[in-house]
Design a protein around this ligand. Structure first.
Ligand code: DX5
Ligand code: ZN
Length: 218
């Protein structure tokens, strides 16, 4: 199966985002990952939907929007209208998960559910037949540049086995601390989308770093 790279722009400087997006547009990454944080669901704040809207014109790449916010229902229309192609929200919020799934699907946008490291994958079993992707967090959500949590590998394997056994049409994305080595562990365990932030942005050239990561797995 093809491995999709989803560079997380959180690793870049927000003062330079237009250039970051145009570099990623030239790279082999299929997705661009947007980390939306509300300072409540996670202990950090990033940006809202306007940021995504304002960058949408720069590229036709898939906008992979990761909502780390508590009040998804209240703001969902904004992220739909911003031109998101995939919207993933967290299972750990106190909202009606099925309603959110169908609202996103009704707008012809792909939908994902993300789970924190301590959340068992079985908690989202009932939704798996209705969603397009799962994000397994391999760090505690909130910050880029953290170390990969090896103890999430078993979760990826178990979810992947369930997906295969039940012939579900679902992508498994991993997010946090991804590099060549940790990415390989995740791909071997059954993931097929790699989010990478600091690993890519810490290198001199974002385009070649992204292409190297892509070529390593494809
Ligand atoms: C963490 C975010 C990640 C993060 C990944 O809350 O969801 O997408 O930006 O960054 P790295 O690759 O640096 O762990
Ligand atoms: Zn993310």
């Amino acid at each position: 199966m093809k491995t999709i790279i989803s560079p997380s722009i959180l690793g870049g400087s927000f003062s330079n985002m237009e250039n970051v997006i145009s570099d990623l547009d030239k790279s082999k990454a299929e997705y661009i990952h947007f980390d939306v944080m509300d300072g409540d669901f996670v202990p950090n704040l990033t940006f809202g939907s306007k940021f995504i809207t304002d960058l949408r014109f720069k590229t036709k790449k898939v906008f992979d929007v990761h909502l780390m916010i508590r009040r998804v229902g209240q703001f969902l229309d904004n992220y739909i209208n911003a031109g998101s192609n995939i919207i993933t929200f967290h299972n750990e919020i106190d909202e009606n998960i099925s309603e959110l799934i169908y609202k996103i699907k009704d707008n012809n946008i792909k939908v994902g559910i993300a789970i924190k490291p301590k959340t068992p994958w079985e908690d989202i079993k009932e939704y798996l037949h209705t969603i397009d992707q799962v994000i397994i967090m391999t760090v505690e959500p909130g910050f880029g540049g953290q170390s990969f949590m090896n103890n999430q590998i078993k979760k990826i394997q178990n979810l992947s086995n369930f997906v295969k056994k039940n012939k579900l049409n679902i992508n498994i994305e991993v997010d946090g601390g991804i590099n060549f080595e940790t990415g390989k562990l995740c791909i071997d365990a059954g993931a097929n989308i790699l989010v990478a932030g600091s690993f890519l942005f810490n290198q001199k050239n974002l385009i070649s770093a992204t292409n190297e990561l892509n070529d390593f797995f494809n």
